[in-house]
Design a protein around this ligand. Structure first.
Ligand SMILES: C[S@@+](CC[C@H](N)C(=O)[O-])C[C@H]1O[C@@H](n2cnc3c(N)ncnc32)[C@H](O)[C@@H]1O
Length: 432
């Protein structure tokens, strides 16, 4: 086992790596592994110590794909190419004569159980067992066993300043959250996303899933918790959003493509699951999009469409209507049934302060699911899609829309803050 936790959890602020003793052992080729996100002093200590132990060649496995899924703030881990380059550049800077072989690894072993020219594996005290596991696998495969070298990463860390990659990512995530603003946090949180995805029945890692209107991949991150990245497709019409999704290491391997929800670039009967979250409110013709969902699903496939619901409180409803489409629950159900779906169900979604009650009538969401019970295209026939016609925009209309849009958006920034404060004050056993 290449021992990923070593590098992901080392410490910065520590003194430079210990120089090797005169009689320190050296090996022809050594191997080690890690995440090496935001290469910091802890990583450098480990890499330097490993390079000191190698005479000819150093092999470094850099975690990617499923190896990152359970890491904290996985979506903020740097792309694997960037991490691999940082590792290679650093080793070359400290020991230019070494052959440096840096590889992405998608399982805990990587080249350590394949390469028959390796002599030693570098581990920390915490990951020593990983070294033993590697040797067991090598033995099974008839490969020579590796000498296990334990590097003490913490020696001399007098300052004790604990700054790991995940702590750095946490800081960045907090900054990004502040920038996103209170509204998006209140309206669409990870808890809500996971709750909304639950009816999609993502119970097997081999399911073929498409996330339509996937944007920067927030919901796709919820999907890849259950399904192999290679089986997931993220589609969005915005190249800008897709670029952001491509930067997320946790989405490595996901098929990220540009396309229109109402005219999906996939064959009929292609996916086991269709997911779309927070996108339908932007579609010019939602019924057409749901008909497409039906078409691209395989027989027995499930569509899970997550969207906002028309508010019940008059002021919220006024602003919602001014802003964009907020379908009623009945409309979602009707669209699904007309498209041909059976077993149509709706689950209400809300942030924590919602407490399962909609009486305040704010924007709440729903997760609508339906099952495709016969293969082929949707029974619903729609005429050809209306072409987008470029009309000259009246400047007064533009300014009016812009001002109204800003007012409406501000309303929905303030409402979750108000509700959050109320949630703190009102006793937990009462609805707010
Ligand atoms: C609010 S974002 C939601 C993104 C993501 N699903 C999430 O849960 O965070 C809405 C996304 O829908 C996309 N979108 C809107 N209309 C679309 C269409 N007709 N086809 C494909 N994507 C569309 C937008 O580009 C945007 O990225």
């Amino acid at each position: 086992m290449i021992t990923p936790p070593v590098a992901g959890d080392t410490f910065a602020g520590a003194p430079p790596p210990p120089s090797q003793e005169e009689d320190a052992p050296t090996y022809g080729s050594v191997v080690l592994g890690g995440t090496f996100d935001r290469l910091h002093d802890g990583h450098r200590r480990l890499l330097k110590a490993s390079a000191d132990l190698a005479k000819d060649r150093i092999v470094v496995g850099v975690c990617t794909g499923p190896m990152l899924a359970k890491k904290e703030y996985a979506e903020l881990i740097e792309p694997v190419e960037k991490r691999m380059k940082a590792v290679e550049d650093y080793i070359k800077s400290v020991k230019p004569e070494l052959v440096v072989q840096v590889e992405p690894i998608e399982d805990p072993y990587g080249p350590s159980i394949i390469d028959d020219k390796l002599d030693a594996i570098i581990v920390s005290k915490e990951t020593l067992n990983g070294g033993f596991a590697v040797n067991r696998k090598r033995e099974d495969r008839g490969l020579p066993l590796l000498k296990i070298e334990v590097v003490d990463l913490l020696s001399g860390g007098a300052e004790g300043e604990k700054l790991s990659s995940s702590a750095l990512r946490k800081l960045e995530a907090e900054k990004a959250n502040q920038q996103e603003g209170a509204a998006s946090k209140g309206h669409w949180t990870e808890d809500m996303r996971d709750d909304a995805l639950e009816p999609a029945e993502l119970y097997h890692h081999r399911l073929k899933v498409v996330d339509v209107g996937g944007g920067t991949g927030f919901t796709t991150l919820g999907i890849v918790k259950h399904v192999d990245n290679e089986n997931v497709t993220l589609l969005d019409q915005s190249p800008h959003q897709l670029e952001k999704a491509r930067q997320k290491a946790a989405l490595n391997g996901v098929n990220i493509i540009e396309g229109d929800a109402e005219d999906l670039p996939f064959p009929t009967d292609a996916f086991d699951r269709y997911v779309s979250a927070g996108s339908i409110e932007y579609w010019p013709d939602p019924q057409r999009g749901i008909k497409e969902a039906y078409r691209v699903l395989k027989l027995g496939g499930v569509a899970c469409l997550i969207g906002p619901v028309h508010p019940t409180f008059w002021l919220s409803r006024f602003f919602a209507d001014m802003w964009m489409l907020f379908p009623k629950e009945e409309e979602y159900i009707e669209w699904f049934k007309k498209a041909g779906f059976q077993d149509v169900k709706i689950k209400r979604i809300g942030p924590k302060w919602y407490r399962g009650v909609r009486r305040h009538g704010l924007i709440m969401g729903c997760s609508v699911t339906g099952v495709k019970r016969s293969s082929g295209d949707s029974p619903l026939q729609l005429g050809p899609k209306a072409e987008d016609v470029e009309k000259p925009v009246n400047p007064f209309t533009f300014i009016f829309r812009f001002v109204m849009g800003t007012i409406c958006a501000s309303y929905y920034v303030l409402v979750p803050i108000y509700m959050w404060i109320k949630d703190q004050i009102v006793p937990k056993d009462q609805p707010i």
